[in-house]
Design a protein around this ligand. Structure first.
Ligand SMILES: Cc1cc2nc3c(=O)[nH]c(=O)nc-3n(C[C@H](O)[C@H](O)[C@H](O)COP(=O)(O)OP(=O)(O)OC[C@H]3O[C@@H](n4cnc5c(N)ncnc54)[C@H](O)[C@@H]3O)c2cc1C
Length: 385
């Protein structure tokens, strides 16, 4: 019985960790396993922007829940959450129109949003380029996290807070099957654990478990290129800084009436081709994260995406960044690739096997914002079914 749990969660990225956290909050005996020494995938390679304002309507609510969950945890334990807001900077008439429409939509949801004039923006973020910034839409309540810190502290916090939650890193799950009235989960160390339910939050790992299901799932994996400057403490760029190409991309803007008629101007065509939209996030050490781009492969062909960075894509991003800000974006200290799975027709992939194994993956580019809120609902459905 020692190795029997109410819930076993496979994968300690942000989605798996919040499934474990919410199951433990419900008083369940939980085992959370992670194959690596510590999480090393999308959850630690991202911007750490918590931006419900960018989500489509259903996921907007998960984002709101995410904000309150992060704030509640931060009030008890420092998991690196900061409240500096998010701003979308419009650079032309189409983008202006879209931020005005989003403001209306957010007003109808009673979600605080402020339109800022160019002088107001320059006062708040003096290194924005006067010629780029036409107007902006600011969400003061939004948060950011340090992605390389958050998950590790969240795991410490959750393990300390809930004696009923056991976290096992360096434990790769290689088999998971329903036997009678429970699930048997086997690790690479030949350990066996049993549970009433197993929740598989495997991120972009599709070779170890249920490879045949993933092959036909329609999941695609996106590779993103990211850059980080040297620490620039004197550059005032607090909060989540999102720009024109983001306005032309994020789901919340796709719900605006003008979105369908917005054309891509020629000077943005090459950037669009590589899925580039330029975002900035200043980290606690003063360095500024700049990204990102998107290249795609089917779930069973992700090796084709490679691990190296395209210098051409990095230069495209930096050239666009130079149009947006006046500080020296070429002082790059680090660059990396991040990968996340997504599905073009679903906001997340949910597959259930014999009512006891529950696959939850491909949350796409919104996992840092929405995992806490989505996982709360997902766990409740699973354990109460
Ligand atoms: C460059 C980049 C920028 C992004 N920026 C943002 C942002 O600003 N805001 C936002 O909301 N979202 C952002 N995202 C998206 C966000 O990072 C992801 O949605 C989120 O991290 C996905 O979490 P996950 O837990 O599903 O996956 P992962 O982080 O990949 O975690 C899955 C975990 O499962 C483990 N695992 C897999 N198989 C097994 C197994 N068999 N046994 C044990 N362990 C296993 C893996 O080792 C891994 O640690 C970004 C993503 C990237 C790549």
């Amino acid at each position: 019985m020692q190795n029997h749990f109410d819930v076993i969660v496979v994968g300690a990225g942000v989605l798996g960790t919040f499934h474990a956290y919410h199951a433990a909050r419900l008083g369940k005996k939980v085992l959370l396993t992670e194959k690596d020494q510590y999480p090393t995938q999308a959850t630690v390679r991202n911007f750490g922007q918590v931006v419900p304002s960018g989500m489509g309507s259903e996921w907007f609510n998960y984002g709101l829940k995410g904000i309150s969950t992060y704030q509640q945890i931060q009030s008890e334990f420092d998991v690196s959450i900061r409240n500096n807001g998010s701003v979308y900077i419009a650079s032309d008439d189409d983008e202006l129109q879209l931020i005005h429409e989003l403001k209306k939509l957010m007003d109808s949801r009673s979600y605080e949003a402020h339109l800022l004039t160019t002088p107001q923006c320059l006062e708040k973020w003096p290194t924005l380029n006067n010629s780029y910034c036409k107007e902006a839409l600011f969400f003061p309540q939004e948060l950011s996290a340090e992605p390389e810190t958050l998950i590790h502290r969240l795991l410490i916090y959750s393990s300390q807070k809930f004696p009923n939650l056991t976290y096992r890193p360096s434990t790769t799950i290689i088999d998971c099957e329903v036997k009678g009235d429970h699930v048997v989960v086997s690790s690479h160390l030949k350990e066996k654990f049993t549970a009433d339910h197993a929740i598989i939050c495997n991120g972009g790992e599709f070779k170890l478990l249920f490879a045949d299901l993933f092959r036909s799932s329609g999941i695609i994996v996106s590779k993103l290129q990211m850059l980080r400057t040297i620490p620039m403490a004197s550059v005032p760029l607090e909060g989540n800084i999102l720009t024109g190409l983001t306005i032309r991309r994020y789901e919340s803007f796709q719900e605006c009436p003008s979105y369908a008629s917005v054309q891509t101007p020629p000077h943005l065509a090459e950037l669009k081709k590589w899925g580039i939209h330029v975002l900035f996030k200043k980290a606690i050490d003063g360095s500024i994260i700049i990204g990102d781009s998107h290249e795609y492969a089917e779930a069973h062909k992700t090796d084709d995406l490679g691990f190296s960075q395209s210098e051409y894509i990095n230069q495209l991003m930096l050239n666009e960044a130079k149009r947006i800000v006046t500080f020296d974006v070429t002082q790059i200290a680090q660059s990396w690739s991040g990968f996340y799975p997504q599905h073009n027709e679903k906001d997340i992939v949910e597959m259930d096997i014999e009512k006891r194994i529950h696959i939850r993956t491909a949350i796409g580019g919104k996992g840092m914002t929405t995992s806490a809120g989505y996982a709360e609902e997902s766990v409740a459905k699973i354990v109460n079914a």
